[in-house]
Design a binder for this molecule. Structure first.
Ligand code: ADP
Length: 682
């Protein structure tokens, strides 16, 4: 920047001095950007004009002197200020110093002194600025360095403290360059022993032969990263499933510095997944069948080798003694398994768990006599097994102990841990549910069988007196008639009695039919039948009953439709439908329609009564199902069930369509000829 462009601002209250100074400055090649006579004015103008330098007279007119004005200006603007004064007392100099002036000219001064003071001030200011900028830069650099050192330290501590992951660096050749605590825990090597070793030391022989380590390094060199899952080898030679992630690390020049490696031991995760799958599959297996012995055996077999070398499921028999209900073993232990199945009564572990409900976890039993006591057999037999790990847990449900599960594993294959015990307990719980379900099912079956037997006996017993009763009633009617005593009133009574006997007979028949159907003994005897004739008979039978409720039954346009059906059973279907139409028809008209429908016939019974909720339309065809309260309408809930069984036995269908309050339509479709009839219905 040339001097000519330097803008100087003059603060001077003596106008003549100011004008003189202005001239001098111009002659020296400076630009005078402005002048001010008072401190206040000077502040205002300097802040607005932003000159390169201010020449400031200390003594000024007005309340503010030059030093105060300079203070205010420099508080806002970093601008060099050179003081001008006629004389300098000590106090003024001290005050002026606190404003860090860039120069001090004592009047009178000559051009050379003025120029020198200005140039030095400008130079000093520029140097200050540069110095300051440099200092700021250095300070920032220092702060960054500290931050990155701090971050690195924190990162190192973090990496070192991680135990679940092996985190280490490989150099560009794939040799270990750093090692954390997690790596030691997972791989078994101490840092000092492993540094410098090639990563292929962690691979299985087979993988090394296939070039897997080199491939992983090459992939991360090429793509920046590599992610793989497979078996790695620990220091002790054992294999484990691991996930390996390599990321290539480059320096600022793009040169490869190595590979950041993160390795995770997947053994636990895989085992947890396997156990979950095992438990889920076991549940599925147990719920798929109520034949417990077979399913428990299959479940025990699936527990091998995941949960052990031997697995026994011991269930209490009716005398309360444990018997082996399922036994499974890893191959090679067949004889031992058989022997242990025989020795169940002598087993300390199983006995304790079954009697007290306590779970047993022996992490490792080395002594043969101790092993023999726990497993209830001779030490000789167990010698071949070596030290064992043993678990025994109860099978119980709702406080009832049903048996125990025993697991045995050779300690060399890994000792049982509390986590294994928890899995065994879960297995025991699921076995308990399965056994309980099977028991409940057996009991329910037994109860149903007892009920059906009772129905059968009760209905036979109830039916036996009904026929003689009807005969007696008819004989009574004849006697009265012969004696000339039968008037209209008595005839009506006899008829009502007769109807009640018929009703009772039908109820008892219904019960008998249900037991027949349940036992698969519903017999259909088809013969050639005219459905219209049959329908007319049934409808006529209901005329009196219907008129008592106010309903009228109309059989629509039906002359003759012939087919092969069981007439007694079809009569029963129609009777049941009409009985319901009268009962639930609210005294409104009832229509019976019979029509040909291709190779089939369609029978519809329509009423305009109370109707049925749509959700109940399918359900009412099930045994004992009803859609009305027993308080208002009596009934056994069997009529439609029996009707459906008969219709289906004829190869037909039956359905209900209804809306509450709008009546119901029951439609039966029956094949006319061709369908091979089932003589028995399950
Ligand atoms: P029950 O009449 O002895 O109860 P059903 O098996 O004949 O037994 O009928 C089952 C249920 O279906 C009845 O309880 C009733 O709720 C309903 N239902 C049957 N027919 C009709 C109908 N025509 N109108 C209204 N509801 C009916």
């Amino acid at each position: 920047m040339s001097d000519a462009k330097r803008k100087i601002f003059i603060v001077e209250d003596q106008r003549i001095v100011a004008a003189d100074l202005e001239n001098t400055l111009r002659s020296l090649g400076y630009t005078v950007s402005g002048t001010a006579a008072s401190g206040e004015r000077a502040i205002e103008k300097v802040l607005a004009l932003r000159p390169d330098l201010v020449l400031m007279d200390i003594r000024l007119e007005g309340p503010m002197d030059g030093i105060q004005a300079a203070e205010r200006i420099r508080a806002v603007l970093d601008i060099p200020i050179v003081y001008l004064t006629a004389y300098a007392d000590e106090e003024t100099i001290v005050r002026a110093k606190t404003t860090s002036p860039f120069g001090y000219l004592v009047k009178p001064f000559n051009e050379r002194e003025l120029r020198g003071a200005i140039e030095i001030a400008l130079y000093k200011h520029e140097t200050d600025l540069l110095l300051h900028a440099r200092l700021v830069m250095l300070a920032e650099e220092e702060a960054r360095r500290r931050a990155s050192e701090e971050a690195e330290k924190r990162f190192r501590l973090l990496v070192e403290s991680v135990k679940d992951y092996a985190i280490f660096m490989l150099d560009p050749d794939g040799r270990v360059a750093s090692w954390n605590a997690g790596a030691t825990r997972i791989m078994g090597y101490e840092q000092s022993a492993i540094l410098g070793t090639h990563v292929s030391a962690f691979y299985t022989e087979g993988d090394v032969e296939l070039g897997a380590p080199e491939e992983a390094l090459a992939a991360s060199r090429r793509d920046g990263h590599f992610l793989g899952e497979g078996f790695l080898v620990r220091k002790d030679g054992s294999h484990f499933r691991a996930e390996l992630r390599l990321s290539a690390v480059h320096d600022e020049n793009g040169e490869l510095r190595g590979f950041a490696t993160v390795m995770r031991d997947l053994t636990e995760q895989k085992r947890a997944e396997e156990i979950q799958v095992f438990l889920d599959e076991t549940t599925l297996l147990l719920t798929s069948s109520l034949e417990t012995e077979g399913t428990l055996q299959k479940a025990a077999e699936r527990a091998i080798p995941l949960l052990g070398d031997l697995c026994f499921v011991d269930i209490a028999n009716e005398q309360g003694a444990l018997v082996v209900c399922a036994a499974a073993n890893k191959s090679g232990h067949e004889e031992l398994t058989m022997e242990l199945s025989r020795s169940i009564g002598r087993r300390e572990g199983a006995d304790y768990t079954f009697r007290c409900g306590g779970k047993v976890l022996h992490e490792e039993i080395e002594s043969l006599p101790c092993m023999a006591r726990v497993l209830g057999t001779s030490p000789e037999l167990l010698r071949s097994l070596g030290p064992i790990s043993y678990i025994c847990v109860p099978i119980e449900l709702r406080g009832r102990r049903l048996g125990v599960v025993e697991l045995v594993r050779r300690a060399a294959r890994g000792r049982y841990t509390p986590a294994d015990l928890a899995v065994a307990q879960e297995l025991g719980r699921r076995f308990g549910i399965a056994l309980d379900n099977a028991r409940l099912y057996r009991e329910a079956q037994e109860a149903i069988r007892a009920r059906d037997e009772f129905f059968m006996i009760a209905s036979h017993e109830l039916r036996t007196p009904l026929t003689p009763l009807q005969l007696q009633l008819e004989a009574l009617e004849r006697t009265l008639k012969r004696a000339g005593l039968l008037n209209d009133q008595l005839t009506g009574r006899v008829e009502r009695c007769s109807r009640q006997i018929f009703r009772l007979t039908r109820l008892v028949e219904s019960l008998l039919d249900v037991t027949r159907i349940t036992a698969g003994q519903l017999v259909i005897e088809p013969e050639t039948v005219d459905l219209c004739v049959l329908a007319r008979d049934v409808t006529e039978r209901f005329t009196t009953e219907a008129s008592e409720t106010g309903s009228k039954i109309e059989l629509r346009s039906c002359t003759s439709i012939v087919g092969r059906w069981d007439p007694m059973r079809l009569d029963q279907v129609l009777t049941n439908l009409l009985e319901n139409a009268v009962k639930y028809g609210c005294g409104r008209p009832i229509e019976v329609m019979i029509a040909e429908d291709g190779d089939a016939v369609r029978i519809s019974v329509v009423d305009h009564g109370m109707g049925i909720e749509p959700e109940a339309c399918a359900r009412i065809f099930e045994r004992f199902e009803r859609a009305v309260s027993l308080k208002h309408y009596g009934g056994l809930g069997l009529g439609l069930f029996i009707a459906r069984q008969i219709v289906e036995a004829h190869g037909g269908t039956i359905e209900a369509k209804s809306q509450p309050g709008e009546g119901s339509t029951f439609t039966v479709r029956l094949p006319r000829w061709g369908v091979a009839l089932r003589s028995e219905v399950a």
